[in-house]
Design a protein around this ligand. Structure first.
Ligand code: GDP
Ligand code: ZN
Length: 319
């Protein structure tokens, strides 16, 4: 099995036979300092790290929530992480004080669930568009959840729904209050390791509590590794959904930034702009002010949503 890197200076000396007998596969669901909860189908193990941690490229996070690991059981529900499997994807932000390196928030998450609401707070399509870009940068499949549909869909919301559906993004209309759409969303989540993002107050915690009844979301796993029962408001945790799949809760992390985005790659994240690739008068057209821009013409003609194009311009200006 190919390892991204080994945490274990002394694992090699153990010999392959002993390794295959003792090493188990698991998923890191929670971390605090150098202590981690590793989940397997049969039990959860609180684990430390074996030996000295070797860093890989510029990752400052040798083990992250979502990592697939090999570990050795050392006691009842205890173990030591031996190695980390190659990461298929990472959600990251710049490491504080180290411009070029990233802090991995979660690994191997394959789906970004963008949660918005109809009213209180009002539907913010600008934020949806930003999160769609974040998903693109992170290599995550995006899905949009519009919650609180019990409050009634206004014209603007109906229009936005049409736009996102026509772009091919999976979209779920839900209400935690009356149960609308929850089954369909759960069915989608079943096959993924997902992260919920969105403006505060849209109903992310309510959705999680609905899907994970009886789980004290903010305390359970963290208190295990810290030995404290306090609320860990900024700790990321991965939860196994009853029907399958995992979901990550990122309390306190409001917006995953667009820090890796450059102006000249912004259009790559707009499927509707991609359709007009090579049709603008100027190569390298930014689709902002150039004459003969096929994208602007498509906006005028109504074949590209002007709402989406306005956000494109705002994000472009902000870069
Ligand atoms: P979060 O900040 O995204 O985690 O949002 P919360 O889950 O804390 O929800 C914020 C508020 O919206 C709470 O008062 C919830 O009871 C309420 N809420 C959540 N889902 C719904 C819904 O589907 N319909 C209505 N009307 N209210 C909801
Ligand atoms: Zn153009």
């Amino acid at each position: 099995m190919k390892m991204l890197y080994s945490l274990a200076g002394n694992v090699k000396e153990m010999g392959q036979k002993e390794m295959s007998r003792t090493a188990r596969e698991g998923i890191v669901t929670c971390g605090y300092g150098n202590r981690f909860v590793v989940h397997t189908d049969t039990a959860d193990y609180t684990c430390g790290l074996r030996g000295r941690v070797s860093f890989v490229s510029d990752h400052t996070t040798p083990v992250a929530v979502g990592d697939d690991v090999l570990f050795t059981v050392t006691g009842e529900n205890e173990g030591i992480i031996d190695s980390v499997q190659p990461r298929r994807s990472v959600l990251s932000r710049p490491a504080i004080g180290r411009e070029k390196s990233e802090h991995v928030l979660a690994a191997n998450i394959d789906c970004l669930i963008i949660v918005a609401s109809i009213k209180s707070p009002a539907l913010r399509t600008g934020l949806i568009d930003r999160f769609l870009i974040v998903a693109g940068i992170g290599g995550l499949r995006p899905a949009i959840v519009i919650n609180k549909v019990d409050l009634g869909l206004d014209e603007e919301a109906c229009e936005a729904i049409k736009v996102y559906q026509s772009l091919g993004y999976p979209l779920f209309l839900t209400s935690v209050t009356d149960g609308t759409g929850l089954e369909q969303l759960l069915e989608f989540l079943k096959n993924h390791r997902s992260i919920l993002s969105g403006h505060s107050g849209v109903g992310k915690s309510s959705l999680l509590n609905e899907f994970l009844p009886g789980t004290n979301l903010r305390t359970s796993a963290v208190s295990r590794v810290t030995g404290k029962g306090r609320h860990a408001t900024s700790h990321i945790q991965l939860f196994r959904l009853p029907g399958g799949g995992f979901i990550v809760d990122t309390p306190g992390i409001k917006v995953l930034g667009l820090w890796q985005l450059e102006r000249d790659t912004l259009a790559d994240h707009y499927p509707e702009i991609q359709r007009y690739l090579g049709q603008c008068r100027f190569t390298g057209c930014s689709h902002i002010g150039e004459p003969g821009c096929a994208v602007k013409e498509a906006v005028t003609a109504g074949s590209i949503s002007s709402m989406r194009y306005q956000h494109y311009k705002q994000i472009y200006d902000s870069l």
